[in-house]
Design a protein around this ligand. Structure first.
Ligand code: 8YV
Length: 315
């Protein structure tokens, strides 16, 4: 375990597997080098990418149990080529991230953090807080209608917003309007919410053209990955009034957030907390532990990612 997972996950693994707590070692890199030939599983991931270079150093590795539903930091194809199983944590965080997305949307449009600062700064007695834009009458566009996107859409329907979406395909049995490009979706909505997976396939899906299509009253919300938006184009669009505002939980080079975004009055910036409640993180940690135990004790991971080959003799 490279970094500490929630206590429940550690407790679930302790005693069932020989758990090496890398973060507790004086020199984690040297410790890893020493145990590398015997490491059979990763519980969560080390900083940086989990790719062929790491797999070369861990010849006995059988499974990478990713802590999170998004596994863009793991090269699942390279893992598959070596018969290494990759698992993620679907299903246990969708509603939590959707809650956060809606909270971030409201905070961005109604300027809740700015209003809170206004009270704390003692400004209220001198003048009322300036009027904000409204969520009323807006049309929402969901970029990536997976489990999280669907949970966001359901919530926004209850808020009275119309819903449209873009994804690789139109989905059977879904009544929301489908647009076959991100730009077409952006042109048809005034709140664009990114809930697509990260990785090469979605890199810069939201670019300068999409932001221009979203328009001067448009609000962009990102609870997906920083890589999904061209961050430089986003900064320019926010500075120049191409769009109205953005609420961002994810960034290109986390935990670094560009000064230009921090300086803007029309951004709400969060430190990647979509799934970060005590309860949901515990559920994610438990699923990491359960995947490892299921693999080592029954030869079957619970939630392998689509790229993963569960070796045929074990299917
Ligand atoms: C992170 C997430 O994994 O599930 C995801 O894809 O983005 C988060 O839940 C979390 O930050 C773990 O560090």
């Amino acid at each position: 375990m490279p970094a500490p997972l929630p206590a429940a996950a550690i407790a679930a693994l302790d005693g069932r597997v020989r758990l090496h707590r890398l973060w507790e070692q004086d020199d984690p890199a040297a410790y890893l080098a020493r145990i590398a030939p015997r490491v059979r599983g990763l519980a969560g991931k080390p900083a940086g990418r989990v790719d062929a270079a790491l797999f070369d150093r861990l010849p006995a590795l059988e499974i990478v149990a990713n802590f999170g539903v998004g596994y863009d930091a793991v090269d699942a194809v390279a893992a598959a080529a070596r018969g290494i199983v990759v698992t993620n944590t679907p299903g246990v965080l969708d509603e939590e991230v959707a809650d956060l997305a809606v909270g971030l949307l409201l905070a961005t449009i109604r300027r809740l953090p700015q209003a809170d600062r206004y009270v704390r700064d003692g400004k209220w007695p001198h003048a009322p807080f300036p009027l904000s834009p409204t969520l009323r009458g807006r049309r929402a566009g969901i970029l990536g209608l997976g489990a999280i996107g669907t949970a966001v859409a359901r919530r926004l329907e209850a808020f009275g917003l119309s819903i449209a979406y873009h994804g690789r395909h139109r989905q059977d049995g879904v009544d929301y309007a489908y647009h076959d490009t991100p730009a077409a979706l952006a042109a048809a909505c005034d709140v664009l919410i990114a809930t697509v997976p990260g990785g090469a396939g979605t890199r810069h899906l939201v670019d300068a053209g999409v932001l221009a299509a979203l328009g001067a009253d448009g609000v962009f919300i990102n609870v997906a990955r920083g890589s999904v938006v061209d961050q430089a184009a986003l900064i320019a669009a926010l500075q120049g009034g191409t769009i109205l505002a953005a609420g961002l939980d994810v960034f290109d080079d986390e935990p670094q957030v560009p000064d230009a975004l921090i300086a803007l009055p029309n951004t709400v910036l969060l430190p990647h907390i979509g799934s970060a409640s005590t309860q949901t993180r515990a559920a994610m940690g438990q699923l990491v532990a359960d995947n490892l135990i299921a693999w080592f004790e029954q030869g079957r991971p619970l939630t392998p990612v689509p790229e993963t080959p569960v070796p045929s003799q074990r299917r």
